[in-house]
Design a protein around this ligand. Structure first.
Ligand SMILES: Cc1cc2nc3c(=O)[nH]c(=O)nc-3n(C[C@H](O)[C@H](O)[C@H](O)COP(=O)(O)OP(=O)(O)OC[C@H]3O[C@@H](n4cnc5c(N)ncnc54)[C@H](O)[C@@H]3O)c2cc1C
Length: 399
């Protein structure tokens, strides 16, 4: 066997197993520095606690202050609102490195940044931006985003939650389901039917008639808070309505932002799983040799590296298009579908390569595999994104 091993010099030339095409060399210095900062945070602060947090079904809220200090909340929004003003590729790298830790941590940042801060920035008044964005960037105000309702998340046009104008207020009734950060949130961006189409409202914790109830018994995203929201004649002042958008394009515009970041996150989850099994299979001796020395394990791991490389290049190009202002929602759909499928398959295959050890949260693969069940479903299921691409190719709407 020894003659097949690479010698030292050859090994020094070997490809980085989790960046086979040196995608990192395509990043700017600033982007690399962002990636390194978040990678260090994940290694030092997330990985030591996340297995337990997942077991306990607990979002590690104690990390929010540091996440905010690093400028990871609303990182692409301008500095005048207390944000970091980073480009889209940097935002993607933040998502990738956080999700190398856990999808729940990345989800927290995605929701705060793309689903709450972004709509206030894009659809709000200057007063609303000044009122909320700096505190949200600082992690002092946590947000959630209420679009999905229990009767069918894939078809949000059937929304039943509605708001009726009454003097200087709106009266909000209805409910939302599967809302990330729901019980943590100080404010909720809530989408509701009105006489003038779907509109967005900033509903504040403590408003009479507004309640959140945490979803229990989750087997996925256990280190994330998921809730149902209820609105019973909640009086929301006109000053809390986001005035600059009407119709479904409001929430869908936010989802495009968030989904873009989600294309990067699963790369981190897959990298975490592959790294883990590379180490494990080199140590695990079966039938007199390491599992890593078998052709079958090598083919599996090579195939994982191939799929990760494809995903890395897809997201990077998507980020460059976004920064150039030419990214299309269909491109986001293709990348979200591809990268989630890549990561869920890799996490499951890694779980298998770990054998029995792979079924506990002592190893990361099962946690990532379970998390990916949510990530492949939320922000448009795999089927929904496939149908978006199908419609793009054929010109026929098959929804
Ligand atoms: C952990 C978690 C966190 C979430 N966070 C949020 C949040 O913060 N805010 C928010 O608003 N929502 C959130 N969601 C909701 C999420 O976006 C929805 O679950 C998702 O859009 C799917 O909706 P649904 O669950 O109602 O499934 P359904 O829409 O009922 O879909 C059921 C099945 O039907 C399939 N399907 C749908 N349409 C078609 C079709 N035309 N042809 C064939 N098959 C089809 C789907 O692919 C799926 O397999 C979250 C969900 C989860 C699980």
């Amino acid at each position: 066997m020894a003659r097949f091993h690479l010698n030292f010099a050859e090994r020094a030339m070997a490809l980085n197993p989790v960046d086979l095409f040196d995608v990192r060399s395509l990043l700017t210095e600033e982007e690399r520095s962002v990636q390194d900062t978040v990678a260090r945070f994940t290694d030092e602060r997330v990985l030591p606690i996340i297995g337990d947090a997942f077991d306990e079904g607990r979002f590690p809220r104690e990390l929010v202050g540091e996440i905010a200090e690093m400028g990871l909340l609303g990182s692409s929004l301008p500095e005048e609102y207390g944000c970091a003003g980073l480009n889209s590729v940097s935002y993607g790298l933040i998502c990738q490195e956080l999700e190398r830790g856990d999808s729940g941590i990345r989800s927290f940042v995605s929701v705060q940044s793309s689903l709450c801060m972004y709509p206030i920035f894009a659809y709000g008044t200057e007063e609303q931006k000044q009122r909320w964005l700096p505190d949200m960037a600082a992690g002092k105000v946590i947000g959630c985003f209420g679009l999905t309702e229990a009767h069918g998340g894939s078809d949000p046009a059937t929304m039943k939650t509605h708001a009726r104008r009454d003097g200087d207020d709106w009266v909000l009734n209805g409910s939302k389901m599967w809302i990330t950060n729901g019980n943590l949130a100080d404010i909720a961006i809530v989408w509701a039917q009105t006489d003038d189409g779907i509109q967005g409202f900033v509903v504040e914790k403590g408003m009479a008639g507004f309640a959140a109830q945490e979803v229990k018994h989750k087997m996925s995203l256990r280190a994330s808070v998921t809730s149902a929201l209820f609105f019973d004649n909640v009086r929301v002042p006109e000053a809390n309505r986001l005035p600059n958008v009407k119709g479904l394009k409001g929430p869908l515009g936010c989802l495009t932002q968030a989904r873009y970041g989600i294309t990067w996150g699963p790369i981190g989850a897959a990298v975490a799983c592959l790294t883990e099994v590379l180490d494990y299979t080199k140590e695990r001796i079966l039938f007199g040799r390491p599992v890593a020395a078998t052709q079958s394990a090598q083919i599996k791991m090579a195939d994982m590296a191939r799929r990760i490389t494809n995903a890395q290049l897809l997201s990077l190009q998507l980020g460059r298009l976004k920064d150039a202002g030419t990214m299309k929602p269909q491109q986001v759909s293709l990348a979200k579908w591809n990268n989630c499928r890549m990561a869920i398959d890799i996490a499951r295959e890694c779980r298998d390569l770990l054998g029995g050890a792979g079924i506990t949260t002592e190893h990361a693969a099962i946690r990532h595999a379970l998390n990916m069940e949510s990530v492949i479903t939320y922000e448009g299921t795999e089927t929904v994104h496939q149908l978006v691409i199908g419609r793009e190719l054929t010109g026929i709407n098959a929804f």
